[in-house]
Write a protein that binds this ligand. Structure first.
Ligand SMILES: C[S@@+](CC[C@H](N)C(=O)[O-])C[C@H]1O[C@@H](n2cnc3c(N)ncnc32)[C@H](O)[C@@H]1O
Length: 227
Protein backbone atom coordinates (compact mmCIF):
# COMPACT_ATOMS: atom_id res chain seq x y z
CA UNK A 1 0.00 0.00 0.00
CA UNK A 2 1.24 3.50 -0.84
CA UNK A 3 2.06 5.49 2.27
CA UNK A 4 1.31 9.06 1.30
CA UNK A 5 2.99 10.69 4.27
CA UNK A 6 6.39 9.39 3.28
CA UNK A 7 7.55 10.62 -0.12
CA UNK A 8 10.31 8.03 -0.24
CA UNK A 9 7.70 5.32 -0.38
CA UNK A 10 6.66 6.66 -3.79
CA UNK A 11 10.02 5.87 -5.32
CA UNK A 12 10.14 2.73 -7.43
CA UNK A 13 13.39 1.13 -8.67
CA UNK A 14 15.04 3.28 -11.30
CA UNK A 15 14.17 2.34 -14.86
CA UNK A 16 17.24 3.44 -16.79
CA UNK A 17 15.47 4.18 -20.07
CA UNK A 18 17.27 7.46 -20.43
CA UNK A 19 20.84 7.75 -19.32
CA UNK A 20 22.23 10.91 -20.89
CA UNK A 21 25.80 10.70 -22.18
CA UNK A 22 28.29 13.22 -20.69
CA UNK A 23 27.95 15.42 -23.79
CA UNK A 24 24.14 15.33 -23.67
CA UNK A 25 24.26 16.13 -19.95
CA UNK A 26 26.61 19.04 -20.56
CA UNK A 27 24.13 20.56 -23.01
CA UNK A 28 21.36 20.54 -20.37
CA UNK A 29 23.31 21.97 -17.43
CA UNK A 30 23.69 25.67 -16.64
CA UNK A 31 26.83 27.57 -17.62
CA UNK A 32 28.43 30.01 -15.19
CA UNK A 33 26.54 33.19 -16.23
CA UNK A 34 23.23 31.41 -15.71
CA UNK A 35 24.46 30.11 -12.35
CA UNK A 36 25.14 33.69 -11.24
CA UNK A 37 21.50 34.45 -11.95
CA UNK A 38 20.01 31.25 -10.52
CA UNK A 39 22.13 31.38 -7.32
CA UNK A 40 21.23 35.03 -6.65
CA UNK A 41 18.55 36.15 -4.17
CA UNK A 42 16.81 37.90 -7.08
CA UNK A 43 15.91 34.45 -8.45
CA UNK A 44 13.98 33.73 -5.24
CA UNK A 45 12.15 37.04 -5.62
CA UNK A 46 11.03 35.93 -9.12
CA UNK A 47 9.96 32.51 -7.81
CA UNK A 48 7.84 34.25 -5.17
CA UNK A 49 6.22 36.32 -7.94
CA UNK A 50 5.45 33.13 -9.86
CA UNK A 51 3.91 31.56 -6.77
CA UNK A 52 1.72 34.66 -6.34
CA UNK A 53 0.45 34.11 -9.87
CA UNK A 54 -0.29 30.43 -9.14
CA UNK A 55 -2.12 31.45 -5.97
CA UNK A 56 -4.15 33.96 -7.99
CA UNK A 57 -5.17 31.16 -10.36
CA UNK A 58 -6.08 28.36 -7.95
CA UNK A 59 -5.43 29.51 -4.38
CA UNK A 60 -3.31 27.65 -1.83
CA UNK A 61 -2.60 24.04 -2.62
CA UNK A 62 -4.94 21.72 -0.80
CA UNK A 63 -3.09 18.82 -2.30
CA UNK A 64 -0.73 16.61 -0.40
CA UNK A 65 2.42 16.02 -2.37
CA UNK A 66 4.32 17.64 -5.21
CA UNK A 67 7.24 16.73 -7.44
CA UNK A 68 9.57 19.58 -8.42
CA UNK A 69 11.60 18.90 -11.56
CA UNK A 70 15.04 20.53 -11.95
CA UNK A 71 15.02 22.11 -8.50
CA UNK A 72 18.52 23.65 -8.69
CA UNK A 73 19.55 24.74 -5.19
CA UNK A 74 16.20 23.62 -3.77
CA UNK A 75 14.99 27.01 -2.61
CA UNK A 76 11.82 26.68 -4.67
CA UNK A 77 10.95 23.45 -2.81
CA UNK A 78 10.95 25.39 0.49
CA UNK A 79 8.67 28.01 -1.03
CA UNK A 80 6.31 25.29 -2.21
CA UNK A 81 5.87 24.11 1.38
CA UNK A 82 5.86 27.51 3.09
CA UNK A 83 3.91 29.60 0.57
CA UNK A 84 1.88 27.12 -1.47
CA UNK A 85 0.95 24.82 1.41
CA UNK A 86 2.20 21.50 0.04
CA UNK A 87 2.63 18.97 2.82
CA UNK A 88 5.38 17.05 1.04
CA UNK A 89 7.72 17.86 -1.83
CA UNK A 90 10.06 15.52 -3.71
CA UNK A 91 12.60 17.56 -5.69
CA UNK A 92 15.42 16.55 -8.02
CA UNK A 93 18.01 17.93 -10.40
CA UNK A 94 20.32 16.44 -13.02
CA UNK A 95 23.36 18.05 -11.39
CA UNK A 96 24.60 16.26 -8.30
CA UNK A 97 26.47 19.18 -6.74
CA UNK A 98 23.28 21.26 -6.73
CA UNK A 99 21.46 18.51 -4.86
CA UNK A 100 24.32 18.24 -2.35
CA UNK A 101 23.92 21.98 -1.68
CA UNK A 102 20.13 21.70 -1.57
CA UNK A 103 20.29 18.94 1.07
CA UNK A 104 22.84 20.87 3.17
CA UNK A 105 20.90 24.12 3.10
CA UNK A 106 17.47 22.57 3.68
CA UNK A 107 16.47 23.85 7.16
CA UNK A 108 15.66 21.34 9.93
CA UNK A 109 12.05 22.52 9.94
CA UNK A 110 11.63 21.27 6.35
CA UNK A 111 13.63 18.05 6.49
CA UNK A 112 10.56 15.88 7.11
CA UNK A 113 8.68 17.55 4.29
CA UNK A 114 11.18 17.78 1.46
CA UNK A 115 13.30 15.00 -0.02
CA UNK A 116 15.90 15.51 -2.75
CA UNK A 117 17.47 13.17 -5.29
CA UNK A 118 19.64 13.35 -8.40
CA UNK A 119 17.69 12.45 -11.53
CA UNK A 120 16.66 13.18 -15.08
CA UNK A 121 13.36 14.87 -15.98
CA UNK A 122 13.20 12.69 -19.11
CA UNK A 123 12.89 9.54 -17.01
CA UNK A 124 10.96 9.80 -13.74
CA UNK A 125 11.39 6.84 -11.37
CA UNK A 126 7.82 6.92 -10.05
CA UNK A 127 4.66 4.96 -10.59
CA UNK A 128 1.87 6.44 -12.70
CA UNK A 129 -0.35 8.94 -10.82
CA UNK A 130 2.06 9.23 -7.87
CA UNK A 131 1.73 12.99 -7.36
CA UNK A 132 -1.03 15.52 -6.73
CA UNK A 133 1.08 18.23 -8.36
CA UNK A 134 4.21 18.66 -10.49
CA UNK A 135 6.12 21.95 -10.48
CA UNK A 136 8.46 23.38 -13.11
CA UNK A 137 10.39 26.53 -12.24
CA UNK A 138 11.80 27.13 -15.73
CA UNK A 139 13.66 23.94 -16.59
CA UNK A 140 11.89 22.35 -19.56
CA UNK A 141 13.69 24.61 -22.06
CA UNK A 142 16.94 23.03 -20.72
CA UNK A 143 15.82 19.47 -21.47
CA UNK A 144 16.93 17.84 -24.73
CA UNK A 145 13.83 15.67 -25.19
CA UNK A 146 11.37 18.18 -23.75
CA UNK A 147 8.34 16.35 -25.18
CA UNK A 148 9.32 13.22 -23.31
CA UNK A 149 9.75 15.31 -20.15
CA UNK A 150 6.15 16.57 -20.50
CA UNK A 151 4.91 13.06 -21.18
CA UNK A 152 6.74 11.76 -18.08
CA UNK A 153 5.49 14.50 -15.76
CA UNK A 154 1.93 13.95 -16.97
CA UNK A 155 2.29 10.21 -16.37
CA UNK A 156 3.29 10.65 -12.72
CA UNK A 157 0.54 13.25 -12.12
CA UNK A 158 -2.77 11.85 -10.90
CA UNK A 159 -5.92 12.57 -12.95
CA UNK A 160 -7.22 15.95 -11.81
CA UNK A 161 -3.76 16.87 -10.49
CA UNK A 162 -2.12 20.19 -11.33
CA UNK A 163 1.01 21.02 -13.30
CA UNK A 164 2.38 24.38 -12.11
CA UNK A 165 4.84 25.90 -14.53
CA UNK A 166 7.01 28.87 -15.33
CA UNK A 167 8.61 28.47 -18.75
CA UNK A 168 10.53 30.71 -21.13
CA UNK A 169 10.78 30.76 -24.92
CA UNK A 170 13.64 31.38 -27.42
CA UNK A 171 12.93 35.14 -27.91
CA UNK A 172 14.01 35.54 -24.28
CA UNK A 173 16.86 33.04 -23.76
CA UNK A 174 18.16 32.66 -27.35
CA UNK A 175 17.90 36.18 -28.74
CA UNK A 176 20.91 37.85 -30.34
CA UNK A 177 22.42 38.88 -27.01
CA UNK A 178 21.39 36.06 -24.68
CA UNK A 179 22.50 33.20 -26.92
CA UNK A 180 26.08 34.42 -26.36
CA UNK A 181 25.61 34.59 -22.60
CA UNK A 182 23.65 31.54 -21.47
CA UNK A 183 23.90 28.00 -22.81
CA UNK A 184 20.86 25.96 -23.76
CA UNK A 185 20.15 23.13 -26.18
CA UNK A 186 19.64 24.66 -29.62
CA UNK A 187 17.83 21.94 -31.58
CA UNK A 188 14.09 21.34 -31.55
CA UNK A 189 13.18 24.14 -29.13
CA UNK A 190 9.60 25.19 -28.46
CA UNK A 191 7.56 28.33 -28.94
CA UNK A 192 4.60 29.12 -26.70
CA UNK A 193 2.22 27.48 -29.14
CA UNK A 194 4.30 24.29 -29.29
CA UNK A 195 4.62 24.16 -25.52
CA UNK A 196 0.86 24.49 -24.99
CA UNK A 197 0.15 21.95 -27.75
CA UNK A 198 2.51 19.49 -26.07
CA UNK A 199 0.70 19.97 -22.76
CA UNK A 200 -2.68 19.42 -24.45
CA UNK A 201 -1.40 16.28 -26.19
CA UNK A 202 -0.65 14.82 -22.74
CA UNK A 203 -4.10 15.70 -21.38
CA UNK A 204 -2.88 18.82 -19.53
CA UNK A 205 -5.49 21.59 -19.95
CA UNK A 206 -4.85 25.18 -18.90
CA UNK A 207 -6.94 26.36 -15.97
CA UNK A 208 -9.04 29.49 -16.48
CA UNK A 209 -7.25 32.81 -16.18
CA UNK A 210 -3.76 31.89 -17.43
CA UNK A 211 -2.23 34.91 -19.18
CA UNK A 212 -1.08 33.98 -22.69
CA UNK A 213 -0.05 37.29 -24.16
CA UNK A 214 3.75 37.16 -23.73
CA UNK A 215 6.02 35.82 -26.49
CA UNK A 216 8.88 35.55 -23.95
CA UNK A 217 7.40 33.06 -21.50
CA UNK A 218 4.48 31.92 -19.42
CA UNK A 219 3.49 31.36 -15.80
CA UNK A 220 0.50 29.07 -15.57
CA UNK A 221 -1.21 25.93 -14.36
CA UNK A 222 -2.65 22.99 -16.29
CA UNK A 223 -4.95 20.30 -14.92
CA UNK A 224 -4.56 16.67 -15.96
CA UNK A 225 -7.79 15.48 -17.49
CA UNK A 226 -9.60 12.73 -15.65
CA UNK A 227 -10.59 10.80 -18.79
C1 LIG B 1 17.33 27.56 -15.15
S1 LIG B 1 17.80 26.37 -13.96
C2 LIG B 1 16.40 26.47 -12.87
C3 LIG B 1 16.72 25.96 -11.49
C4 LIG B 1 15.58 26.11 -10.48
N1 LIG B 1 14.38 25.44 -10.94
C5 LIG B 1 15.30 27.57 -10.25
O1 LIG B 1 14.30 28.07 -10.74
O2 LIG B 1 16.07 28.21 -9.55
C6 LIG B 1 17.53 24.85 -14.81
C7 LIG B 1 17.82 23.64 -13.95
O3 LIG B 1 17.40 22.46 -14.65
C8 LIG B 1 18.34 21.44 -14.41
N2 LIG B 1 18.16 20.45 -15.48
C9 LIG B 1 18.47 20.59 -16.79
N3 LIG B 1 18.14 19.48 -17.46
C10 LIG B 1 17.60 18.62 -16.56
C11 LIG B 1 17.08 17.31 -16.65
N4 LIG B 1 17.04 16.63 -17.81
N5 LIG B 1 16.59 16.74 -15.53
C12 LIG B 1 16.63 17.40 -14.35
N6 LIG B 1 17.12 18.64 -14.19
C13 LIG B 1 17.61 19.25 -15.30
C14 LIG B 1 19.66 22.16 -14.39
O4 LIG B 1 20.67 21.41 -13.75
C15 LIG B 1 19.29 23.44 -13.63
O5 LIG B 1 19.44 23.28 -12.24
Amino acid sequence: MKCRNNPRSLVVPLRRIFNPSPSEKEKMLMNWPERVWIYSPIRVFFQIREIREWLRLVGRAETENALEIGCGLGRGAGLLVNRMGFREVVAFDLEERLIVRAVKSNPDSLKQKISFYVGDAQDLPFRDSSFDAVVNFGIIHHVLDWRRCISELSRVLRPGGLFYFEEIYPPLYANFLMKHVVRHPTEDRFSGTQFLEALASQGLCLVDGVRLESRFGIVGIARKSSA
